[in-house]
Design a protein around this ligand. Structure first.
Ligand code: MN
Length: 417
């Protein structure tokens, strides 16, 4: 299946006809609005909707600076719009868009990409078994690495929606309370153990009413799509604050997501099953079918003062122990209502070797074995000026479903009065 827009047909293009991810864009002086990435262009959905070339069965949703109103229309409308866009963009389909391409297509190089949806709430899970084992081993030893609940519950904490930013948004190293293990009292200052977490984010498209839990199958249908997610973490702030209520300021300062929401429909051919259960799950967490995806992931570091990126790690989303659908079903199990724009972080995605770990904490084993970069510099944690870029794609036959870069640069901590 090919597009008349030839840039979409290159085998290494992140945005072929099979992808059609949604985002929010603007050119200088314009209002941000919804669009779809195709090849090296953005398709202006607000213009298509205005001219009656696409309809979502109600009032306009695409002039909005966020995808939430479109997501709330639900899975049947998502499928209808996807089918319509495919017909307008494929070779041999409806030619009306092709005949008026200049009115609706804008080069990606001309636009600014914005946060694609209003993040109504953000929950971060801990579903990577290798990551949980590694971190647990560092803090409690290998015998007690996994907490007793881990094989039974997709555990998580309620994070901050207010500090979720789109790729390319730089942020300041956080200040916070720090206490060295041998110090008598904490001090306040810049984090010295600033880290990344390689994660996928699931974007909830339709909600559930309060008091009405959903099944795993229903949860899967509520998910609109997926983004790459970097859950930046201040390990020293986290280490002092986290007991007994979990992470707080150590993860509240910034979370970066990729600019395009890749739909569940685009990922459908790449479904894969979660690993074999080591302990049987309670029935409400049973999966009716494959709920994970085969998505190749990598972490790149461009050190401060250098133009050269080094890939620190490569892994795959398919290594997770719990799927986003299981996490979402569990999230509603108490009766908790979820809404359009709820963001679920998967938890750090680590493979089983150091070159596949999803955090610097693991790659440097708590700072004991620093990473050596090609120019001889070393890193245990991030320095000011370091840029980290996450990338991901699902590999199809002659095409790939890409996410766009998820990148951010560490700025120096703000001075304290
Ligand atoms: Mn995390």
């Amino acid at each position: 299946m090919t597009s008349w827009l030839t840039s979409a047909n290159a085998p290494d293009c992140d945005f072929p006809l099979q992808n059609l991810p949604y985002g929010v864009f603007s050119r200088t002086g314009e209002q941000p609005r919804c669009g779809v990435a195709i090849g090296d262009q953005v398709l202006d959905l607000a213009a298509l909707e205005r001219d009656g070339l696409v309809s979502t069965g109600g009032g306009p949703v695409f002039p909005e600076p966020a995808l939430n109103a479109f997501m709330e229309r639900g899975p049947e409308i998502w499928a209808k719009v996807r089918a319509r866009l495919m017909d307008l963009l494929r070779d041999g389909g409806n030619t009306i868009l092709r005949q008026n391409a200049d009115a609706f297509l804008i080069p990606l190089s001309d636009v600014t990409l914005h946060l694609p949806f209003k993040v109504s709430e953000y929950t971060d899970f801990y579903a990577g078994k290798q990551h949980a084992f590694n971190v647990g081993t560092m803090f409690r030893g290998p015998e007690n690495a996994l907490p007793p609940n881990w094989l039974h519950i997709p555990i998580g904490y309620n994070g901050r929606a207010s500090s979720v930013v789109v790729s390319g948004t730089d942020f300041h190293r956080p200040n916070g309370q720090l206490k060295a293990p041998d110090a008598d009292a904490p001090a306040f200052g810049p984090s010295r153990r600033l880290d990344i977490e390689l994660e996928m984010g699931a974007v909830v498209g339709t909600g559930n009413p309060m008091g009405k839990p959903v099944t795993v199958a229903e949860a899967d249908r509520m998910i609109f799509g997926y983004v790459l997610l970097n859950d930046w973490s201040a390990r020293d702030i986290q280490a002092w604050e986290y007991q007994p209520l979990g992470p707080f300021q150590g993860k509240a300062f910034c979370t970066t997501i990729s600019p395009w929401v890749v739909t569940r429909a685009a990922l459908e051919p790449f479904r894969t099953s979660t690993p074999e259960r080591e302990k049987p799950l309670l029935p409400y967490l049973a999966e009716p079918g494959p709920m994970l995806y085969d998505i190749a992931l990598e972490v790149g570091l461009t050190p401060a003062g250098s133009g050269e990126e080094t890939v620190l790690s490569r892994t795959n989303y398919s290594t997770m122990y719990y799927s986003a659908a299981q996490q979402l079903a569990h999230h509603t199990s108490s009766g908790c209502p979820m809404r359009a724009g709820d963001l679920l972080g998967s938890g750090t995605i680590s493979g089983d070797t150091p070159d596949s770990y999803g955090s610097l904490l693991e790659m440097s084993w708590g700072g004991k074995t620093p990473i050596t970069l090609p120019d001889g510099a070393t890193r245990s944690f991030l320095k000011d000026g370091d840029r980290v870029t996450l990338r991901g794609h699902a590999a199809g036959d002659g095409y790939r479903i890409g996410f766009g870069d998820c990148t951010g640069t560490v700025l120096p901590a703000l001075k304290q009065d």
